[in-house]
Design a protein around this ligand. Structure first.
Ligand SMILES: [Zn+2]
Length: 490
């Protein structure tokens, strides 16, 4: 197949897949049907074609385009080979229900009930019933992970981990070790904050589990600070101040319509980059709604500002941490007391209090992902057999609460996406420090800061976050120190 035909068809395939995810998530379609899309583009990731892509990458190590295209081919090949299992798991979860208070609650909605249940005994019981549904798909999840590892070896990689490392140009073992100082330095402050924040959950310290954390993170006391009707206008104001009003990004489609099947969580669907990118939200208000919208808005701004003249390999493919960095940068505004006071008219005292709560939430997440990375490396290196106790122990030790072993396969992201989040959290702190240094504390009101961000967005996902750290913000590379400093600043 000619190179131009390959990239054109790959882009078409990607757009169809993303449109399917958009339509199901937006509630326009009931079932996820990705198998027919894979079938009609099977030539893109037939085994000979995938091996040819790997060969091109190895012949020309300097070509990012060759590496991104190999990554696309290999990932699609593995996803294609496991698509029936993926669909079976997703569709079983969409149809599953949990009995609660004499009602059949959709499995997907259990979380929203759980985070509002003030009685810890009832909360634990509901969590227990949810986990009983989760474990039903564990045999499929286990088969899927084993299949990923077998497919990686079939393509000539030593393991699934080394496949991901070569395609991303990562060293995951070294990266995981580099996070140890972060865990050590935040250990005491984490326990301290955990105990403080658990006060509201009214649960004995020895019995705390992850459902109590979910309850604590819901924090309804902050909801009045974040009204639903201000959410979209505030996003519009924020981008307008940075000299990029929504009218200037015709590719960004805000989907705020109410539909019964619409996902309660905001998401961004880059269907055609940069011309057709959906930002899907159900604006109900509250702190987590604001955080989710601004996070997804960061993705949407990034995708809609990518230079349309760039090749497919740089508009769609590359390190996800790049887009996650911009998502975290926007999300982080909702933790910024100055932004909260100026834009949302939150009293300074409340803004400071909320910042500390948000910081605890972030500390929990960063530690959780560092723990997950440690666990996922073990899971892929040793296989899923008996890994439920490793999951429980590794996460339990780092998070200081009881971890349900039942989630040892469900709480796992494909292709170590967990590393992308961690790299993005690290680089986001470096980027924001740079923005503050050059454009002031109120960088988010600066046209020049907006211009600087647009220059970063324009190059799409061509460069990794480690390269961006070196070439754009004057650092030596990724540096965990700004993140560690922030996480200790209560
Ligand atoms: Zn994201």
């Amino acid at each position: 197949m000619a190179e131009s035909t390959f990239t054109e068809r790959a882009e078409e395939f990607y757009a169809k897949l993303m449109r399917e995810h958009y339509e199901v998530g937006a509630g326009l379609k009931a079932d996820l049907e990705i198998a027919p899309i894979y079938d009609s583009y099977a030539d893109l990731f037939s085994e000979p074609s995938v091996k040819q892509r790997i060969g091109s990458m190895r012949r020309d190590r300097a070509s990012k385009e060759a590496r991104h295209l190999a990554d696309f081919s290999v990932s699609s090949y593995i996803e294609n080979a496991t698509k029936e299992l993926t669909e079976a798991i997703t569709n079983a979860e969409l149809k599953a229900t949990v009995e609660w208070d004499a009602q059949q609650v959709p499995y997907q909605n259990v979380h929203s009930i759980l985070v509002r249940e003030p009685d810890y005994k009832r909360r634990h019981e509901l969590e227990h019933r949810r986990l009983a549904v989760t474990v039903k798909q564990n045999p499929e999840r286990s088969r899927r992970i084993i299949a990923q590892d077998d497919l990686a070896r079939g393509l000539g990689f030593a393991s699934y981990r080394s496949l991901v490392e070569e395609l991303r140009d990562w060293d995951l073992t070294q990266f995981s070790k580099a996070l140890d100082p972060l865990l050590a330095e935040t250990e005491d402050i984490f326990e301290d904050q955990l105990v403080k924040n658990l006060g509201n959950a009214r649960v004995p310290r020895g019995q705390v589990d992850t459902s109590d954390i979910a309850y604590v993170m819901r924090a309804p006391e902050y909801d009045p600070l974040f009204p639903g009707d201000r959410l979209v206008p505030l996003f519009e104001k924020t981008v307008t101040q940075m000299a990029m009003p929504l009218e200037s990004t015709p590719g960004l489609f805000l989907d705020t319509d109410k539909r019964p099947l619409k996902s309660p969580r905001a998401f961004c669907a880059p269907v055609r980059v940069p011309k057709e990118v959906y930002l899907v939200i159900k604006p109900v208000g509250g702190q987590d709604d604001y955080r989710a919208l601004f996070h997804e808005a960061g993705h949407a701004e990034h995708f809609t500002h990518i230079d349309p003249g760039l090749p497919f390999a740089f508009r769609y493919l590359g390190e996800e941490a790049v887009s996650e960095t911009f998502a975290f940068l926007f999300e982080h505004l909702t933790l910024n007391p100055r932004w909260l006071v100026d834009y949302l008219r939150v009293p300074l005292r409340d803004a400071e209090k909320y910042r500390r709560f948000g910081l605890f939430n972030k500390l929990w997440l960063v530690r959780r992902y560092a723990a997950k990375l440690r666990y996922e490396l073990l899971l892929h290196d040793q296989g899923p057999e008996g890994m439920d106790t490793a999951y429980r122990d590794i996460l339990g030790e780092i998070l200081h609460v009881a971890i349900p072993p039942e989630r040892y396969l469900d709480d796992v992201d494909d292709a170590f996406y967990v590393a992308a989040y961690l790299r993005a959290w690290i680089f986001e702190r470096q980027l924001e420090s740079f923005l503050e240094e050059h454009f002031g504390e109120g960088w988010y009101e600066s046209r020049d800061a907006g211009g600087f961000l647009r220059s970063l967005w324009a190059i799409g996902m061509r460069d990794s976050v480690a390269e961006l750290a070196r070439t754009r913000v004057g650092a030596q590379g990724l540096d965990i120190q700004p993140l560690v400093a922030e996480l200790a600043d209560f």
